[in-house]
Every structure is written in structure tokens, then in C-alpha cells.
Design a protein. Structure first.
Length: 235
């Protein structure tokens, strides 16, 4: 029985091997109209009927563009007008008074400001700051000229949270000119018909001078934390 089964298996294998050349030849044979047509297996399309390849890169979506009022600045903003605070075109004029404390240093600053909302809730401000410093019992004076972009988020019609970063130049008696970075975080409170009261916290970082030494060049840096209260009027 074992010999018979082995003989049958070898016969089937020989038959399959003898059919392989015929199958391969059938795949490359060109059929005439009278020849039997090949049978497609499965639900796919033939290779010559497939769609041509195409790029799958997606188009960029349309971006928004800020809309500015005619002339760039609105008038009569605030209570009684048609334009609220932090709307595009609102102009602010005013200033703030600050008090800073650092290690061995106390200072008082006065800063006139002008700000313009170039888009809703986005403002660019110019800040000119004069500061009186008392450092370890010695008096000093400094100036800062900053450009500050800021964002103003409405919590209500009269309360806004804001955050800004002032960038510009500083000048200190003795060390001279340097770079200034002044982030601010605070609240805008609508007062009266067109007034804005702005209490804020700030951190001031400034480079004052470059000193050459035998070991290389040193950059003197001063940092301080402070608080200020500003009052501005909408145009």
C-alpha cells in the first residue's frame, strides 16, 4: 500500500510539472477571434484599464486677511460709539507709571505710550520709558524705547486680558546703550466712556555694555521684575 500511494503522488507531481510550460505559454499567447478568451480571476480591473498615476499633493486652504477700516484709524471708539475696545483701527494714547524692585536696586519709571490695533485683538505699541534707579544707594537714570506687539482677549465687554513683549533699545548712565526685552502680562479695564486702566506685571531684561577682559569679552546684563499701572484713552 505504501508503494502504491507513493506511485500515485509521483504521478500527480509529474502531471503538474508537465502542465506548467503550457500555462506559461498561454499567458503570452495572442488570441484570435476564434480562440477561447482568457478568464479574468477576481473583481479587479486589467492592468491596461487602470487609471494613470497622479500627484496626491493637496492644495493649500485659503488664508484670512485682516480687514482695516478706511484710513486705518476709527473715531469715537468706546461707550456711545459703534466701535469697542480692541477692534481694528482703535488708537490708544496715554502712559503708565511703574515700580521695579531687584537685588540692591529700586526704580520708578514713567512711560508714555501710543498703541494701534492693526487687527481685531492685536495691537502694536510704541513705548518710551524713563526710569530713575537707585542702585546700592547711588542714583542712575535710564531710557528705553520699545516696540510691543500684544494680544488682547475679551473676558467681557469691559474686561480684557492681555500679553505683550516689548523689544527695543535701552540706555543707562555709564554702561551706555544695549538691547532690551520686556514681556508684560496684565488686564485692560474699560473706565468711563473711553478710558482704559491697565494694571500689569513685567519682567525686564537688558544688556548694558560689553567689557573686554584678559579671559575674553563679557556682556553685562541686568534683569528685574516689576508692576505698573497705565491709563490710556481710546481715540
Amino acid at each position: 500500500m505504501i508503494i502504491a500511494r507513493t506511485t500515485i503522488a509521483l504521478s500527480i507531481t509529474s502531471l503538474c510539472l508537465s502542465l506548467l510550460p503550457s500555462i506559461a505559454a498561454a499567458q503570452t499567447t495572442t488570441f484570435s477571434g476564434n480562440d477561447p478568451q482568457p478568464v479574468r480571476v477576481g473583481a479587479g480591473a486589467s492592468s491596461n484599464a487602470l487609471p494613470p498615476p497622479r500627484s496626491d499633493s493637496d492644495a493649500q486652504p485659503q488664508v484670512s486677511s485682516p480687514v482695516l477700516p478706511a484710513g486705518g484709524v476709527v473715531q469715537q471708539a468706546g461707550v456711545g460709539g459703534t466701535t469697542a475696545y480692541a477692534r481694528a483701527g482703535v488708537l490708544e494714547l496715554g502712559g503708565n507709571v511703574g515700580f521695579n524692585v531687584a537685588s540692591g536696586q529700586t526704580s520708578v519709571s514713567i512711560s508714555p505710550t501710543i498703541g494701534w490695533f492693526f487687527a481685531d485683538n492685536l495691537q502694536i505699541s510704541g513705548i518710551f520709558s524713563y526710569r530713575y534707579n537707585n542702585v546700592n544707594g547711588q542714583d542712575a537714570h535710564s531710557l528705553q524705547v520699545l516696540a510691543e506687539p500684544s494680544v488682547h482677549i475679551p473676558f467681557s465687554r469691559t474686561v480684557f486680558g492681555f500679553a505683550g513683549v516689548g523689544l527695543g533699545l535701552s540706555y543707562v548712565d555709564g554702561p551706555g546703550a544695549g538691547f532690551a526685552l520686556v514681556p508684560r502680562l496684565g488686564v485692560n479695564l474699560a473706565v468711563g466712556r473711553s478710558g482704559i486702566l491697565t494694571p500689569a506685571l513685567n519682567f525686564s531684561y537688558s544688556t548694558n555694555d560689553v567689557i573686554a577682559t584678559a579671559n575674553g569679552t563679557l556682556l553685562t546684563v541686568s534683569t528685574s521684575f516689576g508692576a505698573n499701572v497705565g491709563y490710556t484713552v481710546m481715540w
